[in-house]
Design a protein around this ligand. Structure first.
Ligand code: IVH
Length: 677
């Protein structure tokens, strides 16, 4: 979430008698802007303006605790931990869905629906993407959120009111006169980007990663400590109503009504025929891997409420709905071996060598096992049958061993005591889950570092890609990134594939990279946890020599967006003699280590404000990094001051607003073009 609490704000003195009113007014405004931001994805004010409102409310409530009420929008941090969950009996059972694995089964289902409805009633269908998360029910009484429960076994679930109360897209109050009792139902989920970020955080904290976004969402909701749930980036999409459904004539009308109440309801499409439904299923399957969240199929529902009632339910599922399910993104195969990779930062990662297996259309032969503890805790042995899963672009992972199928030939994995690449002893600091090779001259790190250094988002050395870097490294021509700047055209010309011209071009590209500003250089150093954005933040405050002289954790964490983990990594990096030596050599060769006082002074997007919206081919952070590296500023809402909008699929209201204001709209290709202009 882009929203942070800002510093305390200055405000005029307010008469005691006005305070209650003022607090209520602020609550209304914060609620309104929460809705624009978290539910409609269409903020009207900047984060700073929002922070100012929020902080004023929080300050006033702090000074007047007697006026604090649990429904205040400041009360989303989660209350005290509980012993266990209380059971909730669902007034209307939470049904499940019949599945179709083949498109033909949808045609059969359509035929059955038509037969049951009789000839003169043609069904209209609604399709929704089937999000893979956790089913929950929300109970609103007189427009107030009073209870939230998990689906459980469909008849009885668990009371998770406190936890759901921390989910930003679940409003505390509804708008527009909902029925007295309304029980919207839906799926709590986590986007792939948030899931990856959460897993990285879990690993940094030495906690086990989640297997997939569904487990992460379910685990977060079934937390006994609501403060933990409050820190998890959960979202909800509502797809139905339990109690209170009687008021609606159609499913689509009900989804629209939910939206009107200020709830995030599932996007849907209407279809007049099953063939149109099938086209939608095919399209969803194609889009599956590029959506920001994981879906496991498409839910098809009869739209008319009367027809739904006429069709009724069998056992645990309604006859009026069906789920078309995709191939699962999980598979089973044999774990042939565990090898250990050494990354750019020296982290040793156990990697599974698998008997190749097709998982949702991709053949997988390698998967990550994260770290030593993960392998131990999961009890995974070499030779085991294992279950693997992949989620979007995330590296596939081994999630468990199928222990029932062991035959006694399996063997335990042990982490090597020496780096498999350089042979130096490895270390695993107390309290950390990661084993590292700490030899800064380790070739695995050096080569990975050279590749990163030359890459487009770092120093952008045109022509020095992974292949050539590996070749030059293997030939002993470059042993670290400083030596890249000592390369001579004469050394390249004799190499196969090089002529005089291409050799000179590469040397020129290398020379040109010396003009890259310090934020890029800092990012290119490949310090743990320091991505392009963070590097920019640090470089705006400190020069290379400041960092070499030594800064305190507190000095770094003073920078908004820089946390303690980052600060420690930076300090550790600049403290190591090998790294200091490398930096001195880079300075000698003319690289820029000066503080970046103004943000990037050059770059095609200097001074440009860009909004990024919709589903893009890569995580949004990637585009933000590219944008900032080119001198641009990322902003969250579209206004007349916006210079460009980069819009992906399903861009929605921001795109509309941009069109209305005449702001230039870019797709990914257009964005790349602009960057290279
Ligand atoms: S409708 C009576 N709609 O799928 C119909 N379910 O197998 C009840 N799900 O437990 C469910 N997206 O967790 C429905 N758009 C959607 C859904 C959806 C995901 C999940 C839900 C349910 C399971 C049914």
């Amino acid at each position: 979430m882009g929203r942070r609490a800002a510093a305390r704000i200055i405000r005029p003195v307010v008469e005691e008698t006005d305070i209650r009113e003022r607090i209520e007014g602020l609550r209304e405004r914060v609620r309104y802007h929460n809705r624009r931001y978290y539910i409609e994805d269409a903020p009207e004010i900047s984060d700073a303006e929002y922070d100012a409102l929020y902080n004023e409310l929080e300050t006033l409530e702090g000074e007047h605790p007697e006026l604090l009420t649990p429904d205040s929008p400041t009360q989303r941090v989660g209350g005290e931990p509980i012993e266990g969950f209380v059971e909730v009996r669902h007034a209307v059972p939470m049904l499940s869905l019949a599945n179709a694995r083949k498109l033909d089964e949808l045609r059969e289902w359509d035929a059955r629906v038509r037969r049951l409805l009789g000839d003169d009633e043609s069904p209209r269908y609604v399709t929704e993407r089937k999000i893979d998360g956790l089913a929950v029910s929300l109970r609103y009484e007189n427009g107030r959120f009073v209870r939230g429960a998990t689906r459980g076994n469909g008849a009885v679930g668990e009371d998770v009111t406190q936890n759901l109360g921390t989910v930003r897209s679940i409003p505390e109050r509804l708008d527009d006169g909902p029925p007295e009792v309304l029980e919207p139902r839906g799926e709590v989920y986590m986007t792939l980007e948030d899931f990856e970020r959460l897993n990285r955080r879990q690993e940094e904290e030495g906690k086990p990663p989640f297997a997939n976004p569904r487990n992460a969402a379910a685990g977060s909701i079934r937390q006994l400590d609501p403060k933990i749930t409050a820190r998890r980036p959960l979202k909800i999409y509502l797809y139905g109503i339990g109690e209170g459904a009687g008021d609606f004539e159609s499913h689509s009308g009900m989804l629209d009504a939910l939206k009107g109440y200020g709830l995030r309801s599932n996007p849907y499409r209407l279809h007049e025929s099953i063939e149109s439904v099938i086209e939608e299923c095919e399209e969803a399957a194609r889009q599956r891997e590029s959506l920001p969240y994981q879906i496991d199929g498409v839910v098809v529902k009869v739209d008319s409420r009367d027809q739904q009632l006429a069709l009724g339910s069998v056992a645990k599922a309604p006859r009026w709905a069906i789920a078309y399910k995709f191939e699962p993104l999980a598979g089973r195969t044999k774990l042939l071996d565990i090898i250990v990779n050494v990354g750019r930062t020296g982290a040793l990662t156990p990697q599974a060598v698998l008997e190749p297996v097709n998982v949702g259309g991709v053949v997988i032969s390698r998967a990550t096992l994260h770290n030593e503890d993960y392998v131990k805790e999961k009890g995974i042995l070499v030779g085991d049958k294992v279950v693997i899963e992949r989620a979007g672009d995330v590296i596939p992972q081994v999630v468990k061993a199928v222990t029932e199928e062991r035959d006694g030939t399996e063997r335990e994995f042990t982490m090597p005591t020496h780096c498999p690449v350089c042979g130096e002893p490895v270390s695993r600091p107390a309290g950390e889950a990661v084993t590292r090779c700490v030899n800064a001259r380790c070739p695995a790190q050096a080569l990975e570092h050279i590749i990163h250094w030359a890459s487009k988002t770092a120093m952008d050395i045109d022509g020095l890609g992974e292949k050539l870097a590996t070749r030059l490294f293997d030939l002993g021509l470059i042993k670290d990134v400083a030596e890249v700047y000592d390369l001579k055209a004469e050394q390249l010309v004799p190499l196969e594939g090089f002529g005089e011209k291409s050799a000179e071009n590469l040397i020129r590209a290398i020379e040109r990279s010396k003009d890259q500003p310090f934020p890029r250089v800092l990012y290119a150093l490949g310090i743990r946890h320091v991505g392009a954005v963070t590097a920019g933040l640090i470089a705006g405050r400190f020069s290379g020599s400041d960092l070499m002289r030594g800064v305190a954790v507190e000095q770094l964490t003073e920078i908004a967006g820089v946390g303690e983990v980052v600060a420690r990594a930076v300090i550790e990096y600049f403290g190591l003699e090998d790294n200091r030596d490398l930096i001195r050599r880079l300075i000698q060769r003319g690289l820029d280590f000066e503080r970046d006082a103004t943000g990037p002074a050059e770059g095609p997007l200097v001074g440009k404000r860009v909004v990024i919206t919709g589903t893009l081919g890569r995580p949004r952070g990637y585009f933000v990094g590219r944008l900032e590296a080119a001198g641009g500023t990322f902003t969250s809402s579209v206004s007349k001051n916006t210079d460009y909008v980069l819009a992906g699929e399903e861009a929605g209201s921001k795109l509309e607003k941009a069109k209305a204001l005449g702001v230039p709209i870019l797709d990914e290709a257009g964005f790349e073009e602009l960057l290279s202009s």
